[in-house]
Ligand binder design. Structure first.
Ligand code: 6PG
Ligand code: SF4
Length: 612
């Protein structure tokens, strides 16, 4: 099947736009491979320090005969998705020895749980924790002891951060190793129902806690299709996981054999072998466009509209929301997984999952088939799913979906267009996730209720001030203002207003969770209010129109009236919960459409100085 012409056109535009920065990046990783820090170039003292505690691996590490795998782990036992990783390093060391290599934990990174910080001050650190993870990855790999990298991370900011960091060592082969979703618990729609009853005061805290604990109840990734599971999907359509490994349950024999296979495969794609597949060549413009297609075909998390540009930029590639919007026009929605439906990722995996999805997108010419992946052979390997045969993992054709209520092929999509729209108008430019909102709610026009803090929305609701058609505007939530938190805590309250029959929409320069849905939301609006963006000029009562059909977000106020207004004063920045430590990032961060990253903005500033 030939490639869809829009996919080709968007890819060529990305290649052209990125020509200079991508060339500089490829030159960098070539230099790093030839002359960069590496084990043979370490001095005796350096190497002695690096192997002092390596026990039986010391001789192997000193002789440098096999690959030394650097493990970058985002393990902590509070994050349910990362809790299984505690045992992985010891397993990986065994698997590396099986193929004549060694492995060391090169370093750890933090891993925030957005479920724990949702609605809490810590959420104002969440986006910037991604950059901290990128920096932590670079710290670990900077020792030059490793010929391959195994990365252990799943959740929201962790996979983007790991990739942003590892891409700066893009001369090294790198594989991401997932740990898998927890068993399905209380259905997400039932959890949401209980939350709405609680928001209305109709059930007590114990009932809510019981529902939450039945939903999030074991080790493994939460099973809604939020940012974490969108990350897993992304790693498959970019060929950075082993095929079909994203949603295999944790603590299973197959999961362990997939980890073994990943380490064995990593040892084959190093610089010394005949099948060199460095990360920086795997992540090229086609892989990034594949990522965007996967995001749109699955109605993935809006957070990836920020993270895909950031990961791309770390590899010298520039993709923007217009590219996303144009791809969205031709990429059909093929999955219905909560919040885009009632089923979860375990159900998606059981009916064919990633291999079936990738196969059908390839057949429709909607994915680049010729990307360089970590798996042997080409991207067509990713049509196949892993099975355990005689205790060994083998890959077998996955075939089409077995349940068209959850997963479909492009010939019979849930919707003909992708799940995301770019919104523009006199209030700025943002993103709207259409896949999780009923089409009859795609156009909302109502008077604005303007807030500077999400808590004030909940107070206004409790005081009965929102019981009407309303566009709730929450501003000063952008990256420069307070770190661009998710405002997902507002979902139950806004959904109650919507269920009462009111027309409701949310407009914000902040973010929403990948698990957010049901309520129309125009988010990531830039330029943000904190830097004087149009949201800072809005007043209570202004009529705002949010229309995902036209992609427009407008204040129906005379232009002269808005222009004559004085921008609202930003709230004072807050100390506490460590937020003051991130002022550095707030002061240097760039736009969400560019990736909302202080480190990438500073890196590009450095490149501009070099070229001056
Ligand atoms: O982007 C995401 O997917 C979210 O950040 C997710 O990781 C977070 O945990 C949500 O808050 C979970 O949803 P609830 O808050 O509804 O449990
Ligand atoms: S998916 Fe979200 S809530 Fe679940 S463990 Fe990961 S970050 Fe936490």
């Amino acid at each position: 099947m030939s490639l869809h012409p829009v996919l080709t056109a968007v890819t060529e535009r990305v290649i052209t736009r990125s020509a200079r920065t991508r060339r500089a990046y490829l030159d960098l990783i070539a230099r790093e491979r030839e002359n960069g820090i590496s084990r043979p170039r370490l001095a005796c003292g350096n190497l002695a320090h690096a192997i002092a505690a390596s026990g039986n691996d010391k001789a192997g590490l000193r002789a440098a005969g096999g690959m030394n795998v650097g493990i970058i782990t985002a393990y902590n036992d509070m994050l349910s998705a990362h809790q299984p990783y505690g045992r992985y390093p010891d397993q990986i060391k065994l698997f590396a020895r099986e193929v004549g290599g060694t492995a060391q934990v090169a370093g750890g990174t933090p891993a925030m749980c957005d479920g724990v910080t949702q609605g809490q001050p810590g959420m104002e650190i969440s986006l910037f924790s991604r950059d901290v993870i990128a920096l932590s990855t670079a710290v670990g790999l900077s020792h030059g002891m490793y010929e391959g990298v195994a990365m252990l991370g799943i959740c929201d900011k962790i996979v983007p951060g790991l990739l942003m960091g590892a891409l700066r060592f893009g001369h090294l082969p790198t594989i991401l190793i997932p740990s898998g979703p927890m068993p399905s618990g209380l259905p997400n729609s039932e959890k949401q129902r209980i939350r709405q009853l609680y928001a209305e005061g109709k059930v007590g805290k114990d009932k809510l806690m019981d529902a939450e604990s039945e939903s999030y109840h074991a080790a493994g990734t939460c099973t809604f299709y939020g940012t974490a599971n969108t990350n897993q999907m992304l790693m498959e359509v970019m060929g950075l996981h082993l095929p079909g490994s994203s949603f295999v349950p944790p603590n299973s024999r197959l999961r362990q054999e997939l980890t073994r296979a990943a380490i064995h495969r990593l040892s084959e794609i190093g610089a010394r072998g005949e099948d060199y597949r460095p990360l920086g060549l795997c992540v090229d413009e086609r892989a990034i466009v594949n990522a965007a297609v996967g995001l749109l075909a699955t109605g993935g998390s809006t957070n990836l509209a920020i993270h895909i540009p950031a990961m791309a930029r770390a590899a010298g590639i520039i993709i923007d929301w217009t590219d996303l919007d144009q791809l969205s026009a031709i990429v059909p929605q093929l999955t219905r997984v909560y919040p885009n439906g009632s089923e979860d990722v375990n159900a998606f995996h059981d009916v064919g999952g990633m291999p079936s999805l990738i196969g059908s997108l390839l057949d429709a010419g909607l994915l680049h088939p010729d990307i360089l992946t970590v798996a042997r052979g080409g991207f067509s390997e990713y049509r196949r799913k892993p099975e355990l045969r005689d205790d060994k993992v083998v890959w077998e054709d996955a075939g089409p979906s077995t349940n068209e209520n959850i997963l479909r092929a492009p010939a019979n999509p849930f919707r003909a267009d992708g799940g995301m729209k770019v919104m523009e108008g006199n209030l700025g430019r943002g993103i709207y996730k259409t896949s999780s909102v009923a089409p009859e709610r795609w156009t909302i026009e109502a008077p604005a209720a303007v807030f500077d803090h999400q808590e004030d929305v909940l107070t206004a609701f409790r005081d009965g001030k929102l019981d009407r058609d309303v566009v709730v505007v929450v501003r000063f939530q952008g990256p420069a203002a307070n770190g661009m938190p998710e405002l997902h805590k507002l979902t139950p309250t806004l959904a109650v207003l919507q269920d009462r029959g009111h027309k409701v929409a949310l407009v914000t320069d902040g973010r929403m969770s990948g698990a957010s849905g049901k309520v129309p939301a125009a988010i990531h609006i830039g330029p943000e209010a904190y830097v004087g963006g149009p949201l800072s000029l809005l007043r209570d009562g202004d009529v705002v129109r949010v229309c995902a059909r036209t992609g427009r977000i407008e204040a129906l106020v005379e232009p002269g009236v808005m222009a004559d207004r004085t921008p609202a004063r930003p709230p004072a920045p807050q100390f506490g919960t460590g937020r003051e430590l991130f002022a550095l990032m707030r002061n240097h961060v760039d736009l969400p459409e560019q990736g909302a990253s202080a480190i990438l903005a500073s890196m590009d500033h450095m490149a501009a100085q070099q070229n001056a």
